[in-house]
Ligand binder design. Structure first.
Ligand code: PFF
Ligand code: NA
Length: 453
């Protein structure tokens, strides 16, 4: 008894999928993951992962979702009853991701407020850890829930809840039509500011400079694939769900390319802006560039406030705009994750959208609590690592095997090519059947080995 949902227009679908793709991952995660993996060294594996796996998987998920017309769970169940579990895995993973993703959006919300008075003061690093997070060392500090973070987590969950509760067209599509143009404008302002600062070029060079010695490092490759899945929202059940609301003969290939290129273009442009600002900071403080940014997960919340402190003019405004961009990008992504879980429950248990979204929001809020404790950052780091490097990579492999071999990639291609403008050749079958599962499998084994050592 699942409800009939459909996008109101093609533009609505594109804005919603780009909204899902463009998120904290493009601003906050991209910058710190590329840092942890040697800066410019990251760009080559990233592009390889995009072209050989990211876009092929997006095409796979769009066509599978559209054909099966349902959540991941229903889609795999329709394929064959015994594959239903393959659909639950991404739902579980995306729910876990959601619990901490919302918390990071809520940090950004708090930082809009801090930006008004530049409350982080002269030492944004100490501020982030001790004032903002109230961080003590490790797991032992789980007792102390941070009340103001909790309040902003509740606020972000509430916004997500209201949007998804209102449905595909009246909730998600409508919100995306407001969020996405606003986000594009904010991005433009941030980037133009970044590249016009003195010293910007040095920073941008760091971003673009390839480091070929890192290409033999399996960790860098694994991180690049993880980032591509994360940034495109593939292997999370989200794109399958969103595509299931497409009208009958919507183009698949074109939409996939538009969504992927818009997302990666956004990352790239913001990257240039961000690195430009960091380059400015390095010249202002006469510190080596590598020392300007050292903190991983906290990067956006430490390096950026530092940079904002140093801006020659309009620094308060700039801070407010930057953290607003994070919040908007974040919410347009988190609603897609909520939707993937809500639709799965709706399909499986015939719960109404209202009931399912209420339950998901409350359960998610409960899950988010652990990240609002003094040990929150510690949990976040570990859970994000395992979720992305192991769970999501495994889902990628399984999807390729089930859809590429058992359902047959060629059959899917015969389905999406006739309704698409732009035709995909048999290279796609090779990517889905051989290349992607082999490369993901190798990476998984290598990282398991390095974990055991
Ligand atoms: N693509 C989003 C980002 O880059 O921030 C994150 C994301 C959204 C991941 C939706 C997974 C997902 F299902
Ligand atoms: Na993204």
């Amino acid at each position: 008894m699942s409800e009939e949902n459909q996008w109101g227009s093609r533009l609505g679908f594109i804005l919603a999928t780009v909204g899902s793709a463009v998120g904290l991952g493009n601003i906050w995660r991209f910058s710190y993951v590329s840092y942890e993996n040697g800066g410019g060294a990251f760009l080559i594996p990233y592009l390889v992962a995009l072209l050989t796996t990211g876009i092929p998987l997006l095409i796979l998920e769009f066509s599978f979702g559209k054909k099966m017309r349902g959540s991941t769970v229903l889609a795999y169940k329709k394929l064959k009853k015994k594959w239903e579990w393959v659909g639950w895995w991404p739902v579980l993973s995306v729910f876990v991701l959601l619990t901490y993703y919302v918390v990071i959006i809520s940090w950004s919300l708090k930082y809009i407020y801090y930006a008004l008075s530049q409350a982080w003061g002269a030492n944004p690093e100490a501020f982030f850890y001790s004032e903002h997070l109230n961080l003590t060392s490790g797991i032992e500090s789980i007792g102390g829930i941070n009340i103001t973070i909790l309040l902003s987590v509740v606020a972000i969950w509430f916004i997500n809840y209201i949007i998804v509760y209102n449905g595909v067209e009246k909730g998600i599509e409508k919100a995306s039509k407001i969020f996405m143009p606003l986000l594009a404008l904010l991005m433009l302002i941030i980037t133009v500011r970044g590249i016009t600062l003195p010293g910007a070029v040095a920073g941008i060079n760091k971003f673009l400079e390839p480091d070929f010695s890192q290409l033999l490092n399996s960790k860098v490759w694994l991180a690049a694939y993880g980032q591509i899945f994360f940034t495109l929202s593939v292997c999370f059940g989200v794109m399958i769900t969103y595509a299931s609301y497409l009208p009958k003969d919507s183009d698949i290939v074109n939409n996939s390319f538009i969504a992927a290129l818009a997302n990666c273009g956004f990352s790239f442009i913001v990257g240039i802006g961000v690195f430009g600002i960091l380059g400015y900071m390095a010249t202002q403080t006469a510190t080596p560039f590598e020392d300007v940014v050292t903190q991983s997960i906290g990067l956006a919340f430490i390096a950026f406030p530092k940079a904002i402190n140093m801006l020659p003019a309009f620094s308060t405004l700039f801070g407010v705009l930057f953290f607003s961009a994070l919040v908007i990008a974040g919410i347009s992504s988190s609603i897609s994750m909520v939707e993937a879980v809500v639709k799965a429950l709706n399909d499986k248990f015939a719960w109404s959208r209202r009931k399912a979204s209420t339950i998901v929001a409350l359960a998610g809020l409960l899950g988010s609590l652990i990240f609002t404790t003094g040990a929150g950052l510690y949990f976040l780091d570990i859970i994000d690592y395992f979720n992305m490097q192991f769970s999501i990579v495994s889902i990628g492999i399984i999807q390729c095997i089930v859809l590429g071999w058992i359902y047959k990639a060629s059959k899917l291609r015969d389905y999406f090519n006739p309704i698409s403008n732009f035709q995909i050749g048999s290279w796609w079958d090779i990517m889905i059947k051989y290349f992607t599962p082999i490369i993901l499998g190798t990476m998984l084994i290598l990282s398991l080995i390095s974990e055991i050592k």
